[in-house]
Design a binder for this molecule. Structure first.
Ligand code: XUL
Ligand code: CO
Length: 436
């Protein structure tokens, strides 16, 4: 059954096109820096925002006009899957990401939930086979149900820890069955509201234990996907343990997990942590831990996780510079952890949203590729740090000198001469690349 009868496969028509249902920049097979554009971007649909989100907010109920609204149970899940795969196929989105709860109804017990999951996994496998669409990553939802009120692996209640473990076990098995290339841990409610009732030491140790158990189980079942942690500083809890990239890297090193996990960086989580998107990507990259991306954007005037489709070309360019410098993002990808606004409640709005996001990152990739291959910024950066290439700088880098030698050296220095950082020049150059 075809649902979007009036919308065919979205085609690349180029910059001069005015067709809102066409790509202006996303040309999947176009070779950029030695490989097809689609391989740089590895776009993924987020199952939750696209298919399960209802458009509710703290002041109002759902608004989304969805053909499955009147259905329930597995029937609802199957229609969602059918239409989701049609949407991806028509958009040329080749991957999807999901929580266990997105694809199958919860049921009244863990047993029933797992049974529902098995049925839906078989159903989705059929759709994957038919369309060639693949699974970028899976995860579990250990935050919506009230049992997770105080967290999952950081709950003060050991039964909740066990329940969360059962969920991750099953979700990892399901992700493996679907050929998922990664498995994500976003903290959910792993954080706290007040130190008056929170033993942060035990909670963090438990989080470390939980993530080690995940590594052990992954090895046991031979799941070859990459494990990812998705940092977020706040929301739903006031203080999330996975605050930002640097916090997570410090945590992983403390619990000796650094070789088993990489990071899934989300743009809106970066801005909630008062960082830029590119800062978080950069921190992950320089530590060899850039795993995947949740591509979205926030609204800086609002200050909560608005999860909007990305349209900001500056952010996309700066992000894609990091991806190119990382040598690519695979086996990760660019998952649109993005939702249409509550007021954009018609099904067709999903097309406009994805087209905008995909075109923004495609154009971002093209500009970033120019910047990286021209090497102008690299050259200026190299010059800026040239004092470390010879003389005392080279000795600092090679570890030949300590405080005593440096103090001796410094005594002989006259007035130290610095050079301009040329920020405005660089911003001008960046604009030239973007405006071209
Ligand atoms: C929440 C968030 C999640 C994760 C997956 O802010 O980003 O949707 O991406 O659990
Ligand atoms: Co996310």
């Amino acid at each position: 059954m075809e649902y979007f009868k009036n919308i065919g496969k979205i085609k690349f028509e180029g910059e001069s096109s005015n067709n809102p249902l066409a790509f202006k920049y996303y040309d999947p097979e176009k070779i950029v820096s030695g490989k097809p554009m689609k391989e740089h971007l590895r776009f993924a649909m987020s199952y939750w925002h696209t298919l399960t989100g209802e458009g509710s907010d703290p002041f109002g109920t759902g608004t989304m006009e969805r053909p499955w609204n009147e259905l329930s149970g597995l029937e609802k899940s199957k229609l969602r899957a059918d239409i989701g795969f049609e949407l991806m196929e028509k958009l040329g989105v080749e991957y999807f990401c999901f929580h266990d709860l997105d694809i199958a109804p919860e049921g009244d017990s863990l047993k029933e939930k797992n049974k529902n999951l098995d049925e839906m996994v078989a159903y989705i496998e059929g759709l994957m086979e038919k369309t060639g669409i693949k699974c970028l990553w899976g995860t579990t939802n250990a935050f919506t149900h009230k049992r997770f009120v105080h967290g999952a692996s950081t709950s003060p209640n050991a039964d909740v820890f066990a329940y969360a473990a059962a969920q991750v076990k099953k979700a990892m098995e399901v992700t493996q069955k679907l050929g998922g290339e990664n498995y994500v841990f976003w903290g959910g409610r792993e954080g706290y509201e007040t130190l008056l009732n929170t033993n942060t030491e035990l909670e963090l140790d438990n989080l470390g234990r939980f993530l080690q158990m995940a590594v052990d189980y992954k090895e046991k079942i031979g799941f070859t996907g990459q494990l990812l942690i998705e940092p977020k500083p706040k929301e739903p809890t006031k203080h999330q343990y996975d605050f930002d990239t640097s916090t997570v890297i410090g945590f992983l090193r403390k619990y000796n997990l650094q070789d088993h996990y990489k990071l899934n960086i989300e743009a809106n989580h970066a801005t909630l942590a008062m960082h830029t998107f590119e800062h978080e990507l950069n921190m992950a990259r320089i530590n060899g831990m850039l795993g995947s991306i949740d591509a979205n954007q926030g609204d800086l005037l609002l200050g909560w996780d608005t999860d909007q489709f990305p349209t900001n070309i500056y952010d996309a360019v700066l992000a894609m510079i990091e991806v190119l410098r990382n040598g690519g993002i695979a086996p990760g990808g660019l998952n649109f952890d993005s939702k249409v606004r509550r007021g954009s409640f018609e099904m067709d709005d999903l097309f406009y949203a994805y087209i905008a996001g995909m075109d923004t990152f495609a154009k971002g990739l093209l500009i970033a590729d120019q910047i990286v291959s021209d090497g102008k910024f690299d050259k200026l950066m190299k010059e800026r740090y040239s004092s470390y290439e010879s003389g005392i700088g080279a000795k600092i880098v090679s570890g030949e000198v300590g405080f005593e030698e440096l103090a001796e050296y410094a005594q002989e220095l006259g007035e130290i001469k610095n050079t301009s950082g040329r920020q405005e020049l660089l911003e001008n150059i960046l604009n030239q690349y973007i405006y071209k």
